[in-house]
Ligand binder design. Structure first.
Ligand SMILES: [Zn+2]
Length: 247
């Protein structure tokens, strides 16, 4: 059972005197919904911080006021409008090389400013590119706009601003579009944790509350249960992790 792989990975951290840092990134929030409340309640009951990647163009102070009641949610910038500008045969991308760089950077500046105005200290100056894709020319402009981190999916690359990535995606996007198999998710989480014992870094779990089925909620609950009980696991806020990787 893969749950045992996860426990074994955490035991290994314990033996080495390492604390495995985990963080949760949840994408596509715009406004309060019952699914968002399910996520916030679940995280809250385990005191696990969650970073909501919010789509700036569409969001309003309804979400901001709703989150005032939560002390576990932080906010990151999820592109500007989550619009796909790629051609039909390309992978979807808002932040590709399809438009003038100055237009894209203006949007990303507006996104950072709007979410700062709405959320204040809850905002982490981190860009989460829609579909986890961004052109290198745009990355180069981020520091000048005030972004302190970039978050995509997969192994971290040596970028400026630095990457705080996610590594385990709970959704089967190319198949059922529901939750992926628990066994695989626990095994991937365990493998990433073991990798961090060699290379450092945290383990990022990627969720999308608007499309979660029962499998996903069940996986998250079990993940929290196992990690909450294990002395070598610790859920971290993205703000703390970004501080640690800042140059
Ligand atoms: Zn998204």
């Amino acid at each position: 059972m893969s749950l045992e792989k996860l426990v074994a990975a955490l035991d290994e951290c314990g033996r080495r005197g390492i604390t495995a840092g985990l963080w949760l990134r949840d994408d596509d929030a715009v406004e309060p919904t019952p699914a968002l409340d399910t996520l916030l309640d679940l995280c809250g009951s385990f005191s696990a911080p969650v970073t909501l990647a919010v789509i700036p163009e569409m969001t309003t102070d309804r979400l901001a006021r709703h989150l005032d009641a939560s002390n576990i949610a932080q906010i990151a910038v999820h592109g500007w409008s989550h619009t796909n500008y790629a051609g039909e045969k390309e992978k979807k991308q808002e932040l590709g090389a399809h438009r003038d760089l100055s237009i894209v950077l203006d949007e990303l500046q507006s996104g950072l400013e709007k979410l700062h105005d709405l959320h204040g200290a809850r905002l982490v100056p981190m860009l989460v590119p829609p579909w986890n894709r961004i052109d290198a020319s745009i990355v180069e402009g981020l520091t000048g706009l005030g972004y302190g981190a970039l978050s995509v999916f997969g192994p971290e690359k040596n970028t400026l601003p630095p990457c705080l990535n996610t590594h385990v995606d709970v959704i089967d996007w190319h198949g059922s579009r529901g939750g992926r198999d628990d066994d695989i998710l626990f095994a991937e989480t365990a493998a990433r944790i073991l990798k961090t014992t060699e290379n450092g870094g945290a383990t990022g779990i990627l969720t999308h509350h608007l499309v979660h089925d029962d499998n996903v909620w069940c996986f998250l609950r079990r993940l929290f249960e196992v990690t909450a009980e294990h002395p070598a696991a610790r859920w971290r806020s993205s703000a703390d992790l970004v501080n640690e990787i800042s140059p």
